[in-house]
Design a protein around this ligand. Structure first.
Ligand SMILES: [Zn+2]
Length: 244
């Protein structure tokens, strides 16, 4: 079987039909062969080690006011495949080339970081095989609508951890440090916001009732609003102090 190098256009030949990778002898590109079109295949170089990935998770949690260091149960590194496609209608697509339970990966931009040509001999962690074809991500017009496409593998740590006696799992992008998670421990910030809301509503109702007892609905409204204005700042600053 012969085909043109997607990078330099040279005529290349595959001797073995089952061959997945080929290195172009003219331009040196790594080419992935097993899906619908031969594409140039890259790999993102990991920039974070395990410790740094755990710290990225701890930072992500503390941004949600979850300041206890998570208890790490397991961590595993692997490479997930992505399509980066420019369509002829101008759209740019960056999507996982495999089905994944981490749906936020679909909104992820390609992480910044060094990209090398993919070389299976240089990778020790598990490499997830791409399964979603270029045609299926290109939309209704299919491959005719593809201006340029590359396949890249990006390194991730899957970290399983316990926080406040509940178990969670997330991915940490090992090239840029982003955390991808379907769920996370409950943030105390939200609870405080609810507490604050209940307090405000409670005091408003209380003084509204007082105003009613005084006999005039007009006064009731005024009293309620004045009361809220009076207590708003002390309460909100107290809540803010709590958060620090
Ligand atoms: Zn080439």
């Amino acid at each position: 079987m012969t085909f043109k190098c997607p990078q330099c256009g040279a005529d290349l030949e595959v001797l073995n039909e089952a061959q997945e990778h080929l290195s172009c002898q003219f331009c040196g590109s790594s080419i992935y062969l097993n899906l619908d079109l031969p594409v140039v295949h890259y790999v993102l170089v990991p920039g974070l080690n395990e410790r740094q990935a755990e710290s990225a998770l701890a930072k992500w949690l503390s941004d949600r006011e979850l300041t206890i260091f998570p208890q790490i149960i397991s961590r595993k590194m692997f490479y997930l495949p992505f399509w980066q496609v420019s369509l002829k209608d101008g759209r740019l697509i960056n999507v996982p080339a495999v089905a994944t339970e981490y749906l936020n990966l679909h909104e992820m931009q390609k992480p910044a970081g060094t990209m090398n040509f993919f070389d299976p001999r240089e990778i020790t962690a598990e490499v997830v095989v791409p399964e979603i074809t270029l045609e299926s991500v290109a939309g209704e017009e299919g491959l005719d609508n593809v201006a340029k496409a590359i396949l890249y593998h990006a390194p991730f740590y899957e970290i399983k951890y316990v926080y406040n006696k509940s178990a969670f799992a997330c991915l940490v992008d090992a090239s840029g440090g982003a955390v991808i998670a379907n769920d996370s421990p409950k943030s105390p910030k939200k609870e405080k916001d609810v507490f604050f809301g209940v307090l405000m509503f409670g005091s408003l109702a209380l003084f509204f009732l007082e105003g009613l007892l005084l006999g005039k609905l007009r006064y009731a409204f005024l009293l309620g609003i004045c009361t809220v204005a009076f207590i708003y700042f002390p309460i909100s600053s107290a809540v803010k102090r709590h958060r620090v």
